[in-house]
Design a protein around this ligand. Structure first.
Ligand code: HEC
Ligand code: HEC
Ligand code: HEC
Ligand code: HEC
Ligand code: HEC
Length: 406
């Protein structure tokens, strides 16, 4: 795999091969009728930001910081979420600097107010050549809040809520449909093609559809915004509320920080004895089941993967045998983007990984078993120059068995 193809192993694959006519770009018109420098208008929902929003009556700003003056706890939670740093994200910045595809902003800084330019279309449909004009209402401070409160809560001069009978000091409208899992799916489920080598592949919404979780009434919100009882604004009575730090993979985005993740796997394992005889075979089984995620694991970003590692060592620490299994996707990016394999663990799917080894020598031995979850490979992190800047993986499960062979 060369450096170029590594770059493409991204959430949204950000290399567009520019040709002189670009007639291979996906668009709504017959390629033969496209003239050079034709502006292709925006048609797909993620090509446009959320339209410009005015400040609802009763407020002086739509910034998260200003909401936080009254909704302190929710603000503090949101600040710890990856949503709050979707623009500052080191990998996002690395990709962004290399080839700034302006449409990336529609999910990472989704309000028009947060974007310096208003995009009218793309020359010949190419996302690298937007037709744009400066946005006179660009709010740079709001841009730095990435996926901010107003992304989900402000529309047409109103604060959107789901309670509807509060004494809020701001103009408020109840809209349960807007604040349903559909708002999550609008960003977390896009399978689309910009051109043959530039594709979007987030399928979390589709994975959630038609599985046990949806049937049981478990949505993105019930799992990722758990309910709690508390005052939702300073000085108010307790209400049913939703935690706003959006726990997910649990892989931290910052050095020396911890991220609260959710547990997806149910893990069962066989036992090993304390001692064996030369000639015996050890048989160890690890049974994992995606019992608690309402979608495949990993989900979303195709760069993510799990590793299951078995390592047998002697008393000096020499590795006698090591086996690694990977759960994730493999992609080909050239000449056309194509998923080659996908062994992500589907909802409720279970899989058994076994380690068998015939014992040939006397002594003391250790079998180490680990399940680790990875954001990306070290190779990709080095390519983006972010290696060592935040943890790339976390340990999900770890066990050590010590036994003697006599
Ligand atoms: C001056 C204080 C204040 C500010 C600033 C403020 N809110 Fe509120 N908000 C409240 C109060 C008080 C309530 C009602 C709480 C209650 O009745 O328990 C409320 C209610 C809400 C609700 C629930 C409404 C419903 O019907 O479900 C949402 C959502 C909300 N605010 C979001 C926001 C957002 C987003 C911002 C910033 C753009 C913001 N608020 C700014 C004080 C404020
Ligand atoms: C405007 C687009 C957008 C919306 C709406 C949105 N998300 Fe996200 N979400 C993102 C982006 C972008 C990231 C990644 C940020 C990063 O890693 O820098 C993310 C990250 C996450 C993560 C953390 C993933 C991890 O690494 O652990 C979870 C969980 C999540 N979102 C859940 C939700 C839920 C639940 C909703 C609906 C209530 C939602 N999102 C709505 C764009 C969005
Ligand atoms: C039944 C509970 C449940 C539902 C429903 C659910 N999730 Fe998750 N989600 C999880 C768990 C558990 C994890 C942690 C997976 C892991 O790290 O093993 C997770 C992880 C994630 C991640 C982090 C990426 C990753 O691979 O870990 C994102 C993003 C996410 N979920 C988004 C969503 C969205 C969007 C929806 C709605 C379409 C949704 N989830 C519905 C439980 C749920
Ligand atoms: C990614 C979307 C998203 C973002 C960002 C977001 N919220 Fe929410 N918020 C929701 C959803 C979804 C609900 C709950 C809807 C329901 O009742 O099921 C909610 C509920 C609320 C409520 C009602 C009380 C409660 O806890 O249920 C308040 C108040 C609120 N949010 C304030 C804020 C503030 C302030 C911010 C920014 C600091 C913010 N939200 C950021 C999606 C979001
Ligand atoms: C349709 C909405 C959407 C668009 C457009 C979009 N992203 Fe994202 N991006 C997301 C979501 C959702 C996540 C979180 C995925 C997850 O955790 O499963 C994310 C996460 C990321 C991450 C963090 C990955 C990680 O594991 O930490 C990077 C980097 C990123 N996007 C880069 C980009 C770039 C570069 C572009 C433009 C070429 C782009 N995104 C366009 C929705 C989008």
């Amino acid at each position: 795999m060369n450096q170029k193809s590594i770059l493409i192993l991204l959430t949204i694959i950000s290399i567009v091969m520019i040709t002189s006519t670009l007639t291979d770009c996906d668009n709504t018109r017959n390629p033969s009728t496209i003239q050079q420098n034709d502006t292709i208008p925006l048609t797909r929902h993620w090509e446009s930001p959320i339209p410009h929003q005015e400040i609802p009556e009763g407020l002086s700003s739509i910034s998260a910081a200003s909401c936080g003056a009254c909704h302190q706890e929710i603000y503090e939670e949101w600040k710890r979420s990856t949503h709050a740093v979707a623009l500052q994200d080191l990998q996002f910045q690395a990709e962004w600097k290399k080839d700034s595809i302006i449409s990336c902003l529609n999910c990472h800084t989704p309000l028009q107010n947060q974007q310096a330019f208003i995009v009218k279309g793309f020359i010949n449909g190419d996302h690298k050549t937007p037709v744009k004009e400066p946005n006179p209402h660009f709010d740079q401070a709001l841009q730095l809040e990435s996926i901010t409160c107003a992304t989900c809560h402000v529309r047409d001069g109103h604060v959107i809520g789901t309670i509807g009978h509060t004494n809020a000091p701001h103009k408020t409208i109840k809209d349960v449909a807007l604040l349903s899992e559909q708002i999550c799916i609008s960003c977390h489920n896009v399978v689309d093609e910009l051109n043959p080598v530039l594709v979007c592949t987030f399928e979390t919404g589709d994975e959630w559809n038609n599985n046990w979780a949806k049937k049981a009434g478990k949505t993105c919100i019930s799992c990722h915004m758990p309910e709690t009882e508390r005052p939702i604004a300073a000085g108010m009575d307790n209400r049913r509320s939703h935690v706003h730090h959006f726990p997910g993979s649990g892989i931290p985005k910052f050095q020396d920080s911890k991220a609260e993740g959710l547990v997806s796997m149910e893990i069962k394992e066989s036992r090993l004895d304390d001692s064996y005889a030369v000639g015996d075979t050890i048989n160890y089984f690890l049974e994992i089941k995606n019992s608690f995620a309402g979608h495949a694991i990993p989900t979303g970003d195709p760069e993510r993967f799990f590793l299951i590692t078995f390592r047998l060592q002697d008393s000096r620490g020499n590795t006698i045998r090591e086996e690694t299994h990977r759960i994730g996707e493999h992609w080909q990016w050239y000449p056309v983007a194509k998923k080659l394999s996908d062994n992500n663990l589907k909802p409720l799917e279970e899989r058994t990984y076994a380690f068998h080894h015939k014992l040939r020598k006397k002594g003391l031995f250790t079998l180490s078993v680990a399940i680790t979850k990875h954001r990306m490979t070290e190779e990709n992190a080095k390519y983006h120059d972010i290696f060592g800047k935040y943890p790339l993986s976390i340990e999900v499960f770890k066990k050590q068995f010590k036994f003697s062979i006599t």
